[in-house]
Design a protein around this ligand. Structure first.
Ligand code: ZN
Ligand code: ZN
Length: 178
């Protein structure tokens, strides 16, 4: 059990039946901005599963967050993950009793065995799709000064050659006083 397994015993044999559940569990690392990052917090999952006759249709909302490091200013920040998925599962071919191991022929994500659907592969895939290619703490992150390494989000540094915009109001004031 990884926590992201849905018990469908109540709807498995009844066409049209559905079940709702709230699950919570761990997922593996994801890739953000070319870096592998661990998701330390458990993923919360709200799902609804419906027996459509030949399949079980599962839709779910995924919530978690991960700490990323901004590619521009190098500061860690929390990236909120909120996404959803929808997937169909069919029952894996039944292994006859005493004839091999059930499930040995592969654990394709779209099949399930017995009364439980493992949603973890679908959840991991959906989370991966929401991860940014370019990791920025904010769209207008000012980054670091290339000379002194000062985080420019915290204000300008002293090695700026450009006229300091903070002095502009003062210059304005001096001009008016003339
Ligand atoms: Zn940043
Ligand atoms: Zn500087």
């Amino acid at each position: 059990m990884n926590g992201l397994e849905l018990d469908i015993s109540g709807i498995r044999d009844t066409k049209g039946a559905s079940v709702e559940a709230e699950l919570s569990g761990r997922v593996g690392p994801v890739v953000a901005g070319g870096e592998k990052v661990n998701i330390d917090k458990p993923v919360r999952l709200r799902v609804m599963a419906t027996n459509t006759g030949s399949r079980i249709l599962v839709s779910g909302d995924i919530f978690t967050s991960v700490e990323l490091t901004c590619n521009r200013c190098m500061e860690p920040f929390i990236f909120e993950i909120s996404t959803s998925f929808e997937r169909e599962y069919r029952q894996a071919a039944q292994a006859r009793p005493g004839n091999g191991t059930p499930g040995a022929e592969g654990d394709a994500p779209e099949t399930y065995h017995g009364d439980v659907i493992n949603l973890r592969p679908a959840v991991e895939e959906s989370i991966s799709l929401t991860m940014p290619i370019k990791v920025l703490c904010s769209e207008d992150c000012r980054g670091l000064c290339p000379k002194c390494g000062h985080n420019l989000n915290l204000g300008p540094c002293r090695c700026e050659k450009e006229p300091d915009f903070r002095l502009a109001p003062l210059a304005e004031l001096l001009r008016k006083e003339k």
